[in-house]
Design a protein around this ligand. Structure first.
Ligand SMILES: [Zn+2]
Length: 351
């Protein structure tokens, strides 16, 4: 990001040298102070290559706004507040305008517009926004209280959206509980779950991340790739990423509750038939997934696993896994303890 340079497509009058030329847009990490806190953000600016002195850069009004927003969002992330994009996505979920969402919550009409542009929401407002993001039932509570602020048409439109959301929310809760029920006996950190209890948000984000980078991602390969991500994470930091517990199966490591995992609402999976009529379980990315649950060092591990196995066929990845000590030192149907992951074969490019 530091030295990203984009050259404008059109020649423009340059306020620095006064000539008309293509102007570079650059980006760097910059620091600023917001509410007494130092914040790092990506700052964009224009650069004039004709200038001789120190004064060789300038910002347009539009860039100024972009920079302000990016500094504010950096502050928000630092303080665990919803970013402006997250606030926008809540309202889009229910097809609400800025004014609509403010009315729904019983706030001043300009409140949401301010939070999406230049003001930082205080904690109480942030909590309310988080609650409605989490649950359509809370949205419904607010709607009942404030529905008279909407026209009858708009009321029924919002009600339909809430209905829709409640349906999928119900399905999601049920699917999560089904998977969690298989992990009741693994509810404390141990060698079996890699010192982490089951983290479904993270599993969903990882599956979508893998599927985004690998076009033909099928079940057996995905299951191995999950194991490798967890095993490497355990090796590096002493804990797995997902808290999944893996069994020694003929085709390599397979997580406990793998079928329930496929039923999660936020895992995008399709059953397809191959040319020779095999049933293929094909994974796709989910557009609405929240990747912010993945830490930078976790993404690094996922990228390593992707680079290694991207081109592997199912058969190859099974054979590769069969040579791991974690596999050869466990018996069929046994749990593969994470402590065996420290014997992991070293990844070599192209091997
Ligand atoms: Zn210039």
């Amino acid at each position: 990001m530091n030295k990203a340079i984009v050259v404008t497509k059109e020649k423009k009058v340059c306020p620095i040298c006064g000539k008309t030329h293509f102007i570079e847009e650059r980006c760097r990490r910059a620091e600023t102070v917001i509410k007494g806190q130092s914040v790092c953000y990506d700052q964009k600016y224009y650069f004039c290559s004709n200038a001789s002195g120190d004064e060789n850069e300038f910002e347009s009004g539009a860039l100024l706004n972009i920079n302000l927003l990016s500094a504010l969002n950096a502050y928000r992330k630092q303080n665990n507040l919803l970013t402006s994009d997250e606030i926008v996505s809540i309202r889009k979920d229910y097809s609400l305008s800025q004014v609509d969402l403010a009315r729904l919550l019983g706030w001043g009409e300009a409140t949401i517009s301010r939070y999406e542009s230049k003001a930082i929401q205080d904690e109480a407002y942030d909590n309310t926004l988080r609650q409605i993001k989490e649950s359509p039932y809370i949205v419904f509570e607010f709607f009942k209280r404030n529905q008279s602020s909407f026209s009858l048409d708009k009321q029924s439109e919002i009600k339909n959206k809430i209905d829709e959301k409640m349906d999928s929310y119900g399905r999601e809760v049920t699917a999560r509980q089904a998977l969690m029920s298989e992990y009741v006996q693994f509810d404390t950190p141990s060698d079996l779950n890699g010192n982490r209890i089951l983290d479904i948000d993270k599993i969903e984000a990882i599956v979508s991340y893998y599927a985004k980078k690998i076009k033909d991602l099928y079940k057996v390969k995905l299951m191995k790739m999950l194991w490798y991500a967890d095993a490497i994470s355990y090796m590096k930091s002493g804990s797995s990423m997902t808290g999944l517990v893996y069994l020694h199966k003929e085709m390599g490591a397979l997580p406990v509750g793998h079928n329930k995992l496929l039923s999660l609402e936020r895992i995008n999976v399709q059953e397809e038939t191959s040319a020779n009529y095999d049933l293929l379980i094909h994974f796709y990315p989910l557009e609405t997934i929240d990747y912010s649950v993945l830490m930078d060092d976790e993404i690094e591990i996922l990228d390593t696993v992707i680079r290694k196995f991207k081109r592997y066929q199912t058969k190859q990845i099974i054979e590769y896994m069969h040579k791991e000590k974690a596999y050869s030192m466990t018996e069929a149907d046994e749990i593969i303890p994470y402590s065996l992951a420290k014997n992991l074969r070293e990844f070599k490019a192209g091997s």
